[in-house]
Write a protein that binds this ligand. Structure first.
Ligand SMILES: [Zn+2]
Ligand SMILES: [Zn+2]
Length: 298
């Protein structure tokens, strides 16, 4: 930091954090009250922007070249003029881990990759995610980013910047707790509906809540109302989001693939490591098509 201050570029390093906080402030604005589709669109876009800016802000604190797509060809002049191609958010996460030993929790990186997919979907054909899914996932990511700011970015700030960042984060956190309370209230209202199905209720790949009842049609999340017609596709979507295992052609033949053929209904829908509402912390071999539990596997 002394080097930065000595060469007169101190401010170059600070605006990204304040910029990221400003985006987060906008996200809670858009999610407060009864968000309409336009509010949700900007909540997703600004949350994605905040995530990118804040994760890279930590790289910038280490060295400005680390935000270049190719750090080996980083150029100070192009950095200062902003005329360079920056690394992707997924790459920033890898650099945080490999270079700075900042290991982000897997739950957070999964949420971020889902957010990136939504952002891309928005750019091309509009958002198709249900409103409660956006609110619920956004609340998780906001929680994570506020912790990230506290732990990894605040220590690099001082003076007025630190004061401003502290106040803004406080303001965001207080409104976020209101949004979180609404989400919890909705889950509480659902608990009598979900209780009889606890053994075949899994976390929804859209909203992240333990509210997706599988095993019989309709395969519908009671929290965000997203419905899935095809149990095979849903099982693949689930292991992609919940277990971070992206399906590729041919994987269904592998003994290590977490979906096997169900001995009960003969569909390729037996998810070996499902986390259910009845046993959220253990791995239940649960068939998404017939709802059977088969401890021995396929
Ligand atoms: Zn859902
Ligand atoms: Zn089955």
């Amino acid at each position: 930091m002394t080097e930065r201050q000595a060469d007169g570029h101190a401010h170059l390093y600070y605006p990204p954090i304040l910029n990221g906080l400003d985006y987060l402030d906008s996200v809670v604005d858009h999610l407060s009250g009864e968000p309409n589709p336009r509010n949700l669109k900007y909540a997703v876009l600004h949350l994605q922007a905040a995530t990118e800016v804040l994760l890279k802000a930590r790289l910038l604190q280490e060295h400005w070249s680390l935000v270049f797509k190719d750090p080996g060809r980083a150029d100070r002049g192009r950095f200062e003029s902003g005329a360079f191609e920056s690394c992707a958010t997924s790459e920033a996460i890898i650099r945080l881990r490999n270079i700075l030993a900042v290991e982000l929790p897997k739950s957070a990186t999964d949420e971020i990759s889902q957010l990136t997919k939504w952002r891309n979907a928005l750019q091309h054909y509009g958002l198709i995610a249900p409103a409660p899914a956006v609110e619920s996932r956004a609340a998780h990511i906001l929680d994570f980013l506020l912790l990230f700011i506290n732990e990894y970015l605040m220590p690099g700030l001082s003076g007025e910047d630190a004061e401003y960042a502290y106040e803004t984060a406080y303001h965001i956190r207080s409104r976020l707790s209101h949004i979180r309370a609404l989400i919890q209230a909705r889950m509480d209202r659902l608990s009598p509906v979900l209780a009889p199905h606890a053994e075949r209720t899994v976390s929804c790949p859209d909203c992240g809540q333990l509210a997706l009842v599988v095993g019989s049609a309709p395969l519908r999340c009671r929290f965000c109302d997203e419905e899935h017609r095809n149990p095979v596709n849903l099982a693949q979507f689930y292991v992609g989001i919940a277990l971070g295992k992206e399906w590729e052609p041919g994987y269904e033949d592998l003994a290590t693939w977490p979906i096997q053929r169900c001995p009960g209904c003969a569909e390729d829908t037996l998810v070996l490591e499902a986390g259910t509402a009845a046993a959220p912390r253990s791995h239940t071999p649960l068939c998404f098509a017939c709802g059977g539990i088969f401890p021995t596997g396929g």
